[in-house]
Design a binder for this molecule. Sequence first.
Ligand code: GLN
Length: 477
Amino acid sequence: MDIPSLTIESVRGGLLARRFSAVELADEALRFAQAENPRTNAYLHFSPERALEGARRVDDRLARGEDPGPLAGVPVAVKDVIVTKGVRTTCGSRLLERYIPPYDATAVERLEAAGGIILGKTNCDEFAMGSSTENSAFGPVRNPVAPDRVPGGSSGGSAAAVAQGTAVLALGSDTGGSIRQPASFCGVVGVTPTYGRVSRYGLTAFASSLDHIGPFARSVADAATLLGVIAGRDSRDATSAAAPVPDYRAAIDGRVKGLKLGLPREYLRDLASETGALITRGVEQLRELGCEVRDISLPATDYAIATYYIIATAEASSNLARYDGVRYTSRSGDSETLADLYRNTRGEGFGAECKRRIMLGTYVLSHGYYDAYYLKAQKVRALIARDFEHAFREVDAVIAPVSPFPAFKLGEKVDDPLSMYLSDIYTITGSLAGIPSMSVPCGTTAAGLPVGMQILTRHFGEPVMFRLAGALEQQTS
Ligand code: GLN
């Protein structure tokens, strides 16, 4: 069994032809992931009991002649901000180092019901705040493609696991770029669905109006299949959408002729040369397949970073208030008063980036600043969403870079939060608008670093996005 080259289809084929059982595969995949992990630190912990139990269920279904499900036997890694019943879920934070959730996230439940096998939980920036996975309390992740570089973040562990080949699929979460940017840095496919397409039930809240769960995979087809499994209305998340879930996999049919693509001039003007050249080449390939390409403008783009870091920190400051040393968390030992207990628990438990955001968020929500910052940011958010609405009257998809630069060196930006925040300059706009977007590999730099192209479409336009991504994948592979 060559674990790193497995796909959903090859696992299914192997199981149906009885070349291996689901238990044998899970066993082998776990052994391989554990052996490889010291190279990247992609996984924080493994869940062998749960994986083998899931694999036994798949084998039982096969033995009874039943359909084992669309993800039967497929090894999956899950970002450690997504809760798993009985399996430690730390959110990359000291505060939750010993937290064992009493329930499963809906996405986890659905992927296991489809036969998926959860190998373990992946490393990430603390509470998903970051762009390099260096904000994890449990050490950074190394990019499998270039071990002296970051895998991107905050879902760096999930991207690295898929790129390294220890998992066929992974779940990540994206608030402002945390799926697309690490997918781009590690050379895999990463999808941020329409806001509300996948239930957030069981996703630890960072900025609730921006948080998404989405897939990582090594191919567009596998990402589409995973999204189909986890998408759909969930009565436990009031923001989850009731819209029917189309067959995303079937949308990848190569028919891109006549699709109109918009290139936003605000995104392409200061792009580093190598990234820019690869995106331009990708656009040319789509043009040769019959797409029409137009220049468009998204004028509110310049305000995106400022808007995001007001709204996201405001929501984070409120969401993180629950970690008080009484519920969920480790408690600081020697506190005399309740106020001391809060102060000590939070002071010792949160890392620097979380503290920075709690302070910023509390500030922008406080009396006297609310109108000047928070309310203003909400208005600009509406303008950013309107830019996309206008664009989608003219074009079927917007094509953009994912990040201004490829994977940077470990340590290069940790002491400069503002330059770190710029990593997400092209992904944040789509997040603020709530539209679907994805990163699909479009080549590597001369130094061998992967670069992803971002495809954004209108709300619930995932089928068009997958069709374009599939066509580009054909050209570049
Ligand atoms: N890098 C951005 C941030 O630090 C996005 C993170 C995310 O999408 N979770 O907030």
